[in-house]
Design a protein around this ligand. Structure first.
Ligand code: GL4
Length: 826
């Protein structure tokens, strides 16, 4: 049996791969088989980890036939494949998603019950693969989910980091990072294929020679190399039998150790080369939106890109494939600049190895790539020093120089004499040192360039790449981000899903615009009551999780006000903190009576990059404020602040469905899109937010009445900056702001230690690079409007329902359709 919709294919002459029947009996049998023969233990003596691994492998059995069949169909059909190149995939737990995709949840529940096992404990056993930092990595995971659900051929290519994003703990209110050893208890979701290893070269030099047709050519004489071992992951579509592949590369030394040195007794020296090589895939860089120009990082980038291109060209395409037709078979989507070295790599393959003329190779290459930019922060655009790039990849640097030279000659023909323009469009920057602008290389070497929300794409054209967008108007486009409704609604919010399905059927899971059919129910009092009951149940579920996970106790009935995302100054967690402190100050100073306040629970979740000092100070201050407020009897049950450590996908799945209010308060023009904002809206939270990223589109869709807008617009931000922004003027003229900052600065939250809060406070008062003080009053006013609506339960619930009903646009299925139509031509 191949699965419900899949006919047997000719390639599988060796006989059908059968999944067990979808019955409790067969499931139990398969599970016990895995436990006894796979894990080698008896049920009576098995640990939770044994049981988890056996359960995972049982579910895998149900996906296997579809996986093999999808592979056969992909090879036979010759359809164009999407090669998604991403240094990050923030996958989240796999077990629950696999059970969902195969529709085995109920059967597995019952089967485990019959074995005397609590399936919840097994689900909790899984350590999520945190192979990404935040939004960018999670977006990649949502995209591959959607492509599988839409049965589009896609191979996700990335890195199998041995350690993903660090595990965050708090000590004395400060962030402490612990290595994330996600592989330590076994990894039932990956399939290593050492026999498909790829060799990747580094270093050395180039030399010129004359080929047998008398042409001058260049070749690379590298001086060291590593092996890439692919680990395959299943990417199941939602109940459609399709299972695509995510192929993550792990670095291995070409030689385990030097036997001569080993025999001479210097054991450490003998394995040094191995350690060095295997460092390449050891750990994920924990920076988000700010690149570290470190050599190891460039090694990681080239490593996975070289493996992936080789894998597709040598191992995936048919043996004798005519590479002139490569663009018919593949489009490599570049997830930000991290994989952009793939462009000169493909040129090198075509010219140096396959003997193509430069011009023909360039024509092919440009059709095979498309580039997505995910940021606007100038400091986040990757730039590699030419010295480093030339040392690690000398041939690639040579190729980049030639691409640049020919491109600039072309520009010169269009704009003769305009040397300013030429300089500003050059891939090579000369100051402060000679370096390679990867975003420019990506733009020149791609068929399409896109931003990730309307506003972002506009600013990308106008501010980041203006000369390029004038030069190639057609090349630039927008695809607004999306999220997978499978994980973030159906799986994370089962109660809401059942309620929706009860009213409008289950089609919305793969056709999210159908949520529109819910709109009339916003005016139905019974439905509102049910909807509110779902929210309350989700809160109670969250409180149990937080109690068990972090020992956090929260009051039952309070508005749940949530800000979860990476800690970054531009996202302005400090502005949220000012609001909390300001409310608290109003009560303890007697300006407001506690009983007049709308009870609120504030929840933060955020990791700071380990080297990002101001971000870590902000975490310290949030924790300090939380401890003080939570211990203060004067605000008991009116204000509480929770900051559970180690925010990740698993926690997001519990937090987002419980939230009433979603905080999306970045300085306008800084957040490229945001995707958390979409997850909240789709789970019935109302947004308080600035006119930034995808907030703009959320507000347009849900309507002004169902969104709390505040703050400067992007042009207003620019104007204020041009006029000379002075944060102290706000401090001086706004009494509430002054009282708030004085309380923060005075040591009230840090046991009298004024120095402990000084860095964040001084930064706000003297630099405030993201203008929190300028938006403070507007933010407070908007929060007052939030309180007013929240007091009217019917009005609030009505708005919440409309948020759900009108957010269908933000499905990543729709994003994928946009990419297919406008970028991939597939
Ligand atoms: C990010 C953006 O900061 C974020 O706004 C966006 O939603 C995400 C996916 O497009 O990409 N860019 C980087 S870098 N990290 C992100 O999360």
């Amino acid at each position: 049996r191949i699965g419900p919709t899949m006919p047997m294919s000719s390639e599988r002459a060796s006989g059908p791969v059968e999944a067990p029947d979808k019955t409790v009996e067969e499931f139990v049998a398969a599970f016990l088989n895995e436990l006894n023969f796979g894990q080698g233990v008896l049920l009576s003596r098995s640990t939770i980890n044994d049981q988890y691994l056996a359960l995972a492998r049982t579910v895998r059995q149900y996906l296997m036939a579809g996986w093999l069949e999808t592979g056969v169909q992909r090879r036979e059909s010759g359809r164009k494949t999407i090669g998604y190149l991403s240094a990050e995939y923030l996958l989240g737990r796999q077990l629950s998603n696999a059970l969902l995709a195969t529709d085995l949840q109920d059967i597995a529940d019952e089967a485990m019950k019959q074995c005397g096992i609590d399936i919840a404990a097994l689900r909790a056993q899984e350590i999520e693969p945190g192979l990404g930092n935040g939004g960018l990595g999670r977006l990649a995971a949502c995209f591959v989910d959607s492509l599988a659900t839409m049965d589009v051929p896609c191979i996700g290519y990335g890195i199998r980091y041995e350690y993903g994003i660090f595990r965050q703990t708090f000590e004395d209110n400060r962030q402490v990072e612990v290595p994330d050893s996600w592989l330590s208890l076994g990894s039932p979701w990956e399939f290593p294929h050492p026999e498909r290893q790829v060799r990747v070269d580094f270093g050395g030099r180039t030399e010129t020679y004359t080929d047998d047709q008398g042409r001058e050519r260049s070749r690379w004489i590298p001086d060291w190399n590593v092996l890439g071992i692919p680990y395959h992951h299943m990417v199941p579509g939602f109940r459609n039998g399709t299972v695509n592949t995510l192929r993550l590369w792990s670095a291995k030394a070409t030689q385990a150790f030097d036997l001569q040195i080993f025999n001479s007794g210097d054991y450490a020296a003998a394995v040094r080369a191995q350690t060095f090589a295997e460092n390449i895939s050891k750990v994920l860089y924990p920076e988000d939106s700010t690149p570290q120009g470190k050599e190891l990082r460039l090694q990681q980038q080239y490593f996975f890109v070289a493996c992936s291109l080789h894998d597709f060209i040598q191992n995936t395409l048919p043996q004798d494939f005519d590479l002139r037709r490569l663009p018919e078979r593949i489009i490599f989507q570049l997830n930000d600049t991290h994989p952009v070295i793939a462009i000169p790599e493909l040129m090198r393959i075509l010219v140096d190895r396959k003997g193509f003329d430069w011009d023909e190779a360039w024509d092919i290459t440009r059709q095979c790539f498309a580039y997505t930019c995910h940021t606007l922060l100038p400091e986040a655009l990757e730039v590699w020093s030419a010295e480093l790039l030339g040392r690690l990849l000398p041939r690639h640097l040579e190729i980049i120089y030639r691409i640049n030279k020919e491109f600039l000659e072309e520009v010169r023909e269009t704009f003769p004499g305009d040397e300013m323009r030429i300089r500003s469009m050059s891939i090579i920057a000369e100051h402060p040192e000679r370096s390679v602008r990867m975003a420019y290389l990506a733009t020149i070497g791609s068929s399409k360039v896109n931003g990730v929300a309307e506003l972002h794409s506009q600013l990308l054209r106008d501010k980041v790449l203006p000369e390029f967008s004038q030069y190639w108007t057609e090349k630039f486009t927008n695809v607004t981000n999306g999220i997978t409704p499978r994980r973030f609604v159906f799986l994370a919010n089962r109660r809401l899903s059942d309620l929706i399905t009860d009213k409008i059927g289950s089609g919305w899971v793969t056709d999210l615009e159908r949520l529109r059919d819910l709109e009339p129910y916003a005016d139905d009092a019974d439905f509102r009551a049910e909807f509110a009951a779902v929210k309350q149940a989700n809160k109670e579920r969250l409180f149990k999780v937080l109690q068990a996970r972090d020992g956090i106790e929260l009051p039952e009935h309070a508005m749940l006000d949530v800000m979860v995302k990476r800690l970054h100054e531009y996202k302005r967690q400090s502005l949220k903190l000012l609001h909390i402190v300001s409310t608290y100050e109003s009560i303890i100073s007697g300006r407001m009576r506690a009983e007049d306040a709308v009870p609120r629970t504030f929840v933060f979740g955020a990791k700071a990059a380990p080297g990002y000092h101001m971000a870590k100070e902000t975490i310290f201050l949030i924790n300090s404020v939380a401890a003080t407020i939570n211990a203060d009897e004067r605000v008991k049950d009116v204000l509480s602040v929770a900051f559970p450590a180690n925010y990740n996908v698993t926690l997001a799945e519990k937090l987002i469905p419980a939230a009433d209010l979603s905080e999306q308060i970045s300085l306008a023009g800084k957040e490229a899109s945001g995707t958390g904002n979409m997850k909240f809206a789709l789970n019935g939270a109302l947004t308080i937010g600035t006119d930034d990223g995808a907030n703009v589109e959320i507000r347009q869709l849900v309507g002004d009445d169902n969104f709390f807008l505040f703050g400067m617009t992007e042009p207003e931000v620019e104007q204020l900056r041009a006029e000379g922004y002075q944060p102290t003027s706000y401090y001086r003229s706004n009494d509430r702001l002054r009282a708030t900052i004085d309380l923060l600065a005075g040591g009230h939250f840090t046991r009298g230690d004024r120095a402990a809060s000084a860095q964040v406070v001084d930064n706000l008062l003297t630099q405030d690079p993201f203008m929190a003080l300028a938006d403070f009053q507007g933010y407070l006013d908007a929060q007052d409007r939030v309180d007013a609506v929240y007091r009217d339960t019917d009005a609030w619930t009505r708005s919440a329902i409309l948020n759900v009903a009108r957010s269908g646009f933000f499905s990543s299925d729709r994003s994928m359709r946009d990419y297919l139509d406008r970028i991939w031509n597939a």
